[in-house]
Design a protein around this ligand. Structure first.
Ligand SMILES: [Mg+2]
Length: 385
């Protein structure tokens, strides 16, 4: 079976969408086609669609030149083929994110070719009986990321806790509040409000979105958060230097988390080792694909770290996260932007087409490949140039 064609199309809620409010900004998706009629699907989060359209296509394009005509084999071979060809190009950023999306699409084809869901081809469920509470069966658990239309103060507390209350009533069990662009006092207060209004049983994470550059201030915030049972504290600092991360990690019992923009296993390795980050959050495309995400898990295991796949995009990407977490021995949660609380018709449609969440859990998918079936009418209704 050979790759014959790379196709790119763009969907979105509209041309001018603020993704921080939950809408889907113009999003390039790609399909890898084969001569046997099978095709694989992926999306390319946060890469300007024009960049994807310019580099993924016929044999004259950057990626078409490398992949068209290639035999479908284990995706690791095709990943390595592309990676080696990029030795003298930028090897980070958009180029690797697009490689990551192509890798996910190739895994989708590979699974269909072998008639197996991708998580089984990764090795099946790797959480053994010693890591699993007696009586529970393996599932994937989404945590809901909460944002608000305004940052700071009462309106932020109200909107995020209201959204959590609604989602908890639907069965979701884990939540990440997002006190961003606000004061240190507001960070602590939002987490307190969550606990006061939603109780102690739900899992709570806190993401401050690169709010600090001052280690002592971040450490003081963490000390105040510690009594609230915080599962992880995400992106206190920019990720350019691991030094503040390591300093903060030495001063708090709350695990630090990062990785939404992490590209290649090497960036994760550095933040785990020099930065003492204990929760890494690769996006299944951004990090360099499922092939690279597996390597990130394999680096996290011997370091005592965990991997919670990030996804502030749609359930096209989320479907790949489900397969990684189904296999991974160290992935208790995947990130989930629940469409139920955002004003986004496209997000809603794409979630409904994806793996269902019931009682806060996603069952391990049994369909071959990644198994996300994108309805053609969604592509038509939300098509953007
Ligand atoms: Mg974040």
């Amino acid at each position: 079976m050979k790759i014959t064609r790379l196709e790119v199309f763009v969907i979105g809620d509209g041309p001018e969408i603020d993704p921080d409010k939950g809408g889907v900004e113009p999003l390039a998706c790609l399909r890898v086609h084969t001569d046997q009629g099978l095709s694989g699907l992926a999306e390319v989060f946060r890469v300007p669609p024009g960049v994807v359209q310019a580099t993924v296509g016929n044999r004259e394009t950057h990626f078409g030149k490398l992949l068209i005509g290639q035999e479908i084999t284990h995706p690791g071979r095709l990943w390595q083929l592309v990676w080696d060809a990029l030795m003298h190009t930028n090897r980070r950023g958009w180029e690797i994110i697009i490689l990551g999306a192509l890798d996910v699409a190739i895994w989708d084809i590979y699974g269909q070719m072998l008639n197996q869901p991708v998580w089984k081809l990764l090795g099946g469920v790797q959480r053994g009986p010693f890591q699993t509470p007696v009586g529970s069966s393996p599932v994937v658990t989404p945590y809901c990321t909460l944002v608000s239309d305004v940052w700071g103060g009462e309106p932020m507390f109200r909107q995020q806790t209201d959204r959590a209350t609604h989602l908890a009533s639907l069965g979701y069990r884990a939540f990440k509040v997002e006190p961003m662009m606000c004061t240190p006092e507001d960070v602590v207060e939002l987490a307190r409000r969550f606990r006061r209004e939603l109780g102690d049983q739900l899992t709570l994470m806190v993401d401050v979105g690169y709010l600090f550059n001052d280690v002592p201030v971040a450490a003081r915030v963490c000390r105040q958060l510690e009594e609230l049972d915080i599962f992880f504290f995400e992106t206190p600092f920019p990720v350019d230097s691991p030094i503040p991360w390591a300093k903060l990690a030495a001063q708090t019992s709350i695990p630090l988390a990062m990785g939404e923009h992490g590209v290649t296993r090497w960036e994760f390795l550095d933040m785990m080792d020099r930065g003492q980050v204990n929760v890494v959050q690769p996006y299944m495309t951004t990090c360099g694909g499922l092939t690279e995400a597996v390597r990130i898990v394999e680096l996290a295991v011997p370091r005592g770290a965990i991997v919670c796949p990030g996804n502030w995009s749609t359930q096209i990407l989320g479907a790949a996260s489900v397969h990684l977490a189904a296999w991974s021995p160290v992935s208790p949660f995947i990130e989930f932007a629940a469409a139920e609380v955002f004003d986004s018709p496209l997000r809603t449609e794409l979630q409904q087409a994806g793996f269902p969440v019931r009682n806060g859990e996603i069952q391990l998918p049994e369909s071959a490949g990644i198994g996300y079936q994108l309805p053609e009418q969604i592509v038509k209704a939300f098509a953007l140039p």
